[in-house]
Design a protein around this ligand. Structure first.
Ligand code: NAP
Length: 294
């Protein structure tokens, strides 16, 4: 009787015994100061996973560069990608499907493969909302309903989407009213008010949340603030999406007036953690991710 000897091919043996390597990364331009590698490496380590996180600078008009990177996700060479300025919209035509959130916001910040199809999602909106709710609870702020969002770019879209879908009345203040109108019009089923810097004074008392979604105050221009110099703040909680420096001028000025205020580091961590969950199926510890960037 022939002996039953199973020979495991070397390649299969290798697959059976090697841990899966997660190859993650970020597409954007420029990417010099990104904190994402530290945050995601910390998450991989904390979850006991092997992998890396690379920066892929792709210049704004390099369509071929974008296509090649997305193809690497399709083939499994890259497990998942984050997307930042200027490609959050450029990647959309190259994807098979958008999640309802990404579709409604009109921007993608996370890409992954499901059933061999490239999916685009947006974790900025739930990341912002989770951190906002934590901030409002921590600061023991009474239930708020009226928010002023300054800016009408990519992150403002995610912020406004998150707020209106959670019962907030939203007013957008933008220097280009056309951009603000487009944002408001794209979120059908919701009434969004528009204002400009000139009329802010008349309306400010109605707001109990102020969100900065412009880059004003971001290093190296840390002496700037989106709030007009001579205008008193509303009696509002202040959430600044800018997280570098750790205390922005807007946050410093608001705190000096006795208001509760925070920068956007918590949102950065939360949107990263949600993307990580989509790529790995694991829930990473937020405090370890946060500690990785000081
Ligand atoms: P974006 O798409 O370029 O939009 C920026 C918005 O700010 C636009 O409406 C722009 O108006 C306005 N703006 C720029 N400079 C201005 C100025 N001097 N005065 C008045 N308005 C001005 O950028 P984004 O992606 O929304 O990012 C905005 C900021 O949020 C950045 O600092 C980014 O780092 C931060 N962010 C943080 C997180 C986080 O996780 N915490 C996530 C996303 C973004 P124009 O179109 O007229 O220039």
């Amino acid at each position: 009787m022939p002996s039953l000897i199973f020979r495991i091919p070397h390649s299969a043996f290798h697959i059976l015994h090697s841990p899966f390597m997660y190859h993650l990364g970020l597409i954007g331009y420029p990417l010099r100061h990104s904190l994402s590698p530290e945050i995601h490496i910390a998450a991989l380590k904390a979850c006991g996973l092997e992998g890396d996180y690379s920066l892929f600078p792709v210049s704004p008009d390099d369509k071929q560069g974008l296509k090649s990177l997305l193809n690497c996700v399709r083939t499994g060479e890259i497990t998942g990608l984050n997307v930042t300025i200027p490609h959050k919209q450029n990647v959309i035509p190259l994807l098979y499907e958008l999640t309802p959130t990404a579709q409604a916001i009109g921007a993608v910040n996370t890409i992954y493969l499901r059933d061999n199809k490239l999916i685009g999602d947006n974790t900025d909106a739930p990341g912002f909302l989770t951190d906002l709710n934590k901030f409002l609870t921590t600061e023991n702020t009474e239930k708020n309903i009226s928010a002023l969002v300054i800016g009408a770019g990519g992150s403002a879209r995610a912020v406004v989407y998150a707020l209106v879908n959670n019962g907030w009345n939203v007013t957008i203040a933008a220097r280009r009213i056309k951009q603000a109108k487009q944002l408001a019009a794209s979120l059908t089923h919701h009434t969004i008010q528009l204002t400009n810097y000139q009329t802010l004074n008349d309306q400010r008392s109605t707001f109990n949340l102020l969100v900065n979604a412009t880059p004003l105050g971001m290093a190296p221009n840390a002496d700037q603030s989106p709030w007009p110099e001579n205008l008193p703040f509303p009696n509002a909680s202040v959430y600044d999406l800018v997280y570098n420096p750790r205390e922005t001028k807007l946050v410093k000025d608001a705190r000096a007036q006795g208001l509760s205020a925070t920068t956007g580091l918590g949102m950065l961590i939360e949107q990263a953690a949600l993307a990580f969950e989509l790529w790995t199926g694991q829930c990473p510890p937020r405090e370890i991710m946060r500690a990785s960037v000081g």
